[in-house]
Design a protein. Structure first.
Length: 261
């Protein structure tokens, strides 16, 4: 067993960390160990036990509780991130690099600054890295990300009027396919089923299992059936109501519950 705690990092991502033997309460600010380095985050729930065999990967550790000095350092780093973003943007334009700068991140101990960008092709940014290292006197790391990751970092409002799922609670991007939209009888209009990232909306996957389960009890469109009103062919389904619309051989349409067939 391992004692874990869910921590929301300053970049908005929530991850499980090894709580070790620390006494942690929801809302507490902590310093955690990530693959990038030391990052500040906030505890979301009390520590809990979990079997190690259920872990997808070895979690980082909660190093300690954050101090007032750490919080002040975070504010200074955020100001530095703004400066680094503008400086990098200027250099990208000067060098004519075909890349889009998305975000900068300065690690808590200022051991490294990360620059996140998108690009359609591979970019030679070696000269850019040298300029950045000379300006900020620290290790520089360039990370190319996809458009879905860009939307997660930038945040925004979706077509539903709420904050993007990826920037509010999703920790990973699962596979989303057009088949999911078809199963829910949605219009296959790219502007209707795509998010601001230009990819299929993540929320298409939420109700997909339910639709698949409910469709098991419904005859397929095009199937010939016998109803109380006569013989006919199914032309439409209403999955949630569990009804079908039948075009009768003698003319006209009738909508009935699947159990009445």
């Amino acid at each position: 067993m391992i004692r874990l705690v869910l921590v929301k990092l300053v970049n908005g991502k929530a991850e499980e960390f090894d709580a070790t033997d620390l006494a942690l309460e929801p809302g507490a600010s902590v310093i955690v160990e990530t693959e990038k380095g030391l990052v500040l985050g906030k505890v979301l729930n009390p520590p809990y036990d979990k079997e190690r065999r259920l872990l997808v990967k070895n979690p980082g550790k909660v190093i300690r509780k954050a101090t007032p000095e750490d919080l002040e350092q975070l504010q200074r780093n955020q100001e530095m991130e703004k400066q680094a973003f503008q400086f990098c943007l200027k250099k990208i334009e000067e060098k004519g690099l075909n890349m889009k700068l998305v975000k900068t991140e300065v690690l808590l101990d200022r051991s490294k600054t990360l620059f996140y960008f998108t690009a359609e092709k591979r970019v030679d940014f070696r000269e850019l890295v040298r300029d950045l290292a000379a300006e900020f006197k620290m290790r520089i790391e360039m990370r190319q990300i996809g458009v879905r990751d860009e939307a997660k970092m930038v945040c925004g409002i979706g077509g539903c009027g709420r904050e993007l799922c990826c920037s509010s609670f999703l920790n990973r991007f699962d596979l989303v396919s057009v088949k999911m939209a078809k199963e829910q009888n949605l219009a296959l209009n790219p502007t209707k089923i795509s998010g601001i990232c230009g990819r299929l909306m993540c929320c298409l996957a939420y109700e997909y299992p339910t639709y698949c389960e409910l469709k098991k009890n419904l005859p397929k469109v095009g199937k010939s059936v016998v109803t109380r009103s006569g013989k006919g062919k199914i032309i439409r389904q209403n999955v949630l109501n569990q009804t079908v619309t039948v075009e009768l051989e003698e003319g006209g349409e009738v909508t009935i519950h699947a159990s009445e067939l």
